[in-house]
Design a protein around this ligand. Structure first.
Ligand SMILES: [Zn+2]
Length: 85
């Protein structure tokens, strides 16, 4: 897995993260500094969770149970019967 590269939005040189501040479970602020000595721009980025692409291990069962519980009971029984046979 590659690490995300950060570039300065002023000069497009590589920037480094100097510190982070976790705002919530879903949002972190990244404090960055441009590595171009002639620029020296310091800035803050926001990193935020967007959406799940594939649920983590152990969550599949909860998702399936949640979906089944939301169905009307006749549809739920129909699906369970299809799985058993
Ligand atoms: Zn820069």
């Amino acid at each position: 897995m590659s690490r995300a590269r950060i570039h300065c939005n002023e000069c497009d040189s590589k920037a480094t993260v100097t510190s982070t501040n976790k705002i919530s479970k879903l949002v972190t602020h990244l404090y960055c500094q441009c590595t171009n000595v002639y620029c020296g721009h310091t800035f803050r980025l926001s990193q935020s969770f967007d959406h799940t692409i594939s649920p983590p291990a152990g969550k599949h069962e909860q998702l399936v149970l949640g979906l089944l519980q939301d169905l009307p009971s006749d549809k739920r029984k129909e699906i369970i019967n299809q799985l058993v046979t």
